[in-house]
Design a binder for this molecule. Structure first.
Ligand code: ACO
Length: 366
């Protein structure tokens, strides 16, 4: 039966929010009213931005993570972070959001957030290398530096800058799929780390958080062939999507892509030239083939270049996006808690009309 319900809830306004909502036509993204590009250009750290998103003001950034071992090593960094978060609630005795006040919920979210970063760093370091001594980690001046130190030892300051820029740019993006997931779970009154863990699962798919890892093979091909146009057209001719392009919301350039392009250029990222060439050609091909729909670079395209610059391996990229977006999830979980309303929409039923059990095919097999 035909239905006029929009696929993928496209265009559906589900809540009001005071945190952020991308501006579809203007190509601007503001956190609590502040342009993300200004935050990145002013080198505001991820930890400060976490405070801005969650509290709506400066001055209450993330605390340092507590020394706490990663509970599980599955071999996949993102899975380890998701599983670690799921176990944090019972291990640390987080009460359901329904049963605690806002201040306790905020504290639980902050503790779970920095543990997400810690779990990712511990998982990425692996079991083969001994853990970096705690007193070295404790010398780190910022949460991002701390993450890098836990992962690798003393980091290159430009790598810390690159990661901060990416984490700030990707920290929040309105009602994207993983944030909606976090809000749905929070609306049931579940505990804070369970809401974050569920959101990590939503972000794992290639159409959401898995895109950067699929961008680099295209850049390899551009460098190998020096023919960016064919790299794009061959994929489109095979019916594939070009990863790092297109967006559900923006019909202008994704503002996060624009500012991360600047960062990649300033840092002299090794993939900058190949990426810029691919971007130019892809934009042109999309303009020719899809004049009906503005498809251009999204945040994940330039994120891949920046993460590659900071020596983040491809398999770790979804986990790096997880770290970034934890800030937005926390802000939304708290906003959802305050609204105190179970999220439970309805579907339009389009299945079979009422019938007896023996009218369902296969009745004689049971
Ligand atoms: N490559 C090729 N074609 C594309 C692309 C792309 N990257 N993006 C959109 N299109 C085409 C689709 O094939 C579709 O064509 P059709 O009308 O002939 O069916 C049309 O544009 C609309 O695309 P949808 O996928 O329906 O658009 P939607 O708004 O649902 O999806 C999405 C947005 C999922 C991001 C899409 O653009 C995409 O798959 N991009 C590639 C993956 C990617 O980069 N993901 C990261 C997103 S950013 C983030 O999550 C932080």
């Amino acid at each position: 039966m035909a239905s006029d319900i929009p696929g993928g809830l496209e265009g559906v306004v589900a809540f009001t929010t005071e945190i952020a909502e991308p501006d579809r036509d203007g190509g601007v993204l503001r956190y609590r009213g502040v342009d993300v590009a200004d935050l990145v250009r002013n080198h505001v750290t991820y930890s400060e931005v976490w405070g801005l998103l969650v509290d709506g003001e400066w001055g209450n950034p993330l605390p340092a993570a507590e020394p706490f071992p990663l509970p599980i090593h599955s071999g996949d960094v993102r899975v380890d972070a998701q599983a670690g978060l799921a176990m944090l609630g019972p291990l640390w005795g987080f009460e359901p959001l329904l049963d605690i006040d806002d201040a306790t919920a905020r504290e639980n979210l902050a503790r779970a957030s920095v543990m997400t970063l810690s779990f990712v760093a511990q998982s990425a370091r692996g079991l083969e290398r001994p853990a970096v001594p705690q007193h070295i980690i404790d010398r780190s001046p910022t949460v991002t530096h701390r993450f890098m130190t836990r992962w690798h030892g003393e980091p290159d300051p430009d790598h810390v800058r690159a990661i901060d820029a990416y984490w700030v740019a990707a920290a929040e993006h309105g009602l994207n799929t993983s944030t909606l997931t976090a809000r749905v779970i929070a609306s049931t009154g579940a505990d804070a780390s369970t809401a974050l863990s569920g959101a990590v699962g939503a972000l794992s798919g290639p159409l959401h958080g898995g895109a950067p890892s699929r961008v680099l093979p295209m850049l390899d091909e551009v460098e190998r062939t020096d023919d960016p146009r064919s790299v794009v057209t061959a994929r489109l001719d095979r019916g594939e999507k070009i990863m790092g392009f297109g967006h559900r919301v923006y019909r202008a350039e994704d503002p996060r892509a624009a500012v991360l392009r600047e960062v990649a250029r300033d840092l002299d990222a090794p993939r900058y030239e190949a990426a810029a060439a691919l971007e130019r050609e892809a934009n042109q091909v999309f303009a020719e083939r899809r004049p009906d729909r503005a498809i251009s670079t999204n945040v994940e395209f330039w994120a891949a270049v920046i993460l590659d610059y900071a020596n983040v391996p491809v398999r770790m990229m979804p986990a790096m996006f997880t770290c970034a977006r934890t800030a937005g999830w926390c802000a939304h979980v708290l906003e959802q808690k305050r609204s105190n309303k179970l999220i439970r929409p309805s579907a339009q039923y389009t299945g079979p009309a009422a019938r007896r059990p023996d009218e369902v095919p296969g009745w004689d097999t049971i």
